[in-house]
Design a binder for this molecule. Sequence first.
Ligand code: AMP
Length: 217
Amino acid sequence: MALRLILFGPPGAGKGTQAAAIRAKLGVPHISTGDMLREAIAAGTRVGLKAKALVGAGSLVPDEVVGEIVAERLARADARVGFLLDGFPRTLRQAEILEVVLQARKESLDHVVKLNLADDEAVRRLSGRRTCGKCGASFHVAFSPPKVDGVCDACGSPLAQRDDDREDVIRKRLEVYRVQTAPLAAHYAKRGLLREIDGTGTIEDVQRRALAALGAA
Ligand code: AMP
């Protein structure tokens, strides 16, 4: 049976990390608008050029631009078995865009999982995050350091800090989340779709809670 999920929560809550675990367990494609935008920026596409300065400043890319990327991605064959959206929708307008796309496909959402995390913990996690530019593996300078400083354990490529993982930009992203994205919780709670879980603790702790919230533990 197809499973259509949204994973949402503040920056640093562990959406990308948990999405990888959920994908492995449930076999639905992981669709991250942040990853798609970073790829578009790296490739210098039309969308990438529009998004570059906004992403670097911690602001949102316009709803219609992101909506189009998601609609195109959902049209691919692998999304027929369902999907796990990570980082989309981020505004009420994006939630409407998603509803229109799903209605046209005669599909509906099954669950919206919200990861909760305090701002200070989010700043601690994000400011220490280092990512491999080649394979995407993620490390933390204090909590899960690579074996060799600055080098990816998985593929040996150099690790880098995302431009938007600097403290001033992290604070901006948290503010954008509070104002523009957090209202989605009430939107999905009203529809009976919201499952809130505690995002603190180890990756495994959060994974257990997330899978239990989806009835897949
Ligand atoms: P993320 O990887 O989800 O933390 O996203 C990184 C950045 O990409 C965000 O701070 C935004 O600038 C942009 N972005 C990602 N997803 C969206 C979205 N759904 N709507 C608007 N901007 C987005």
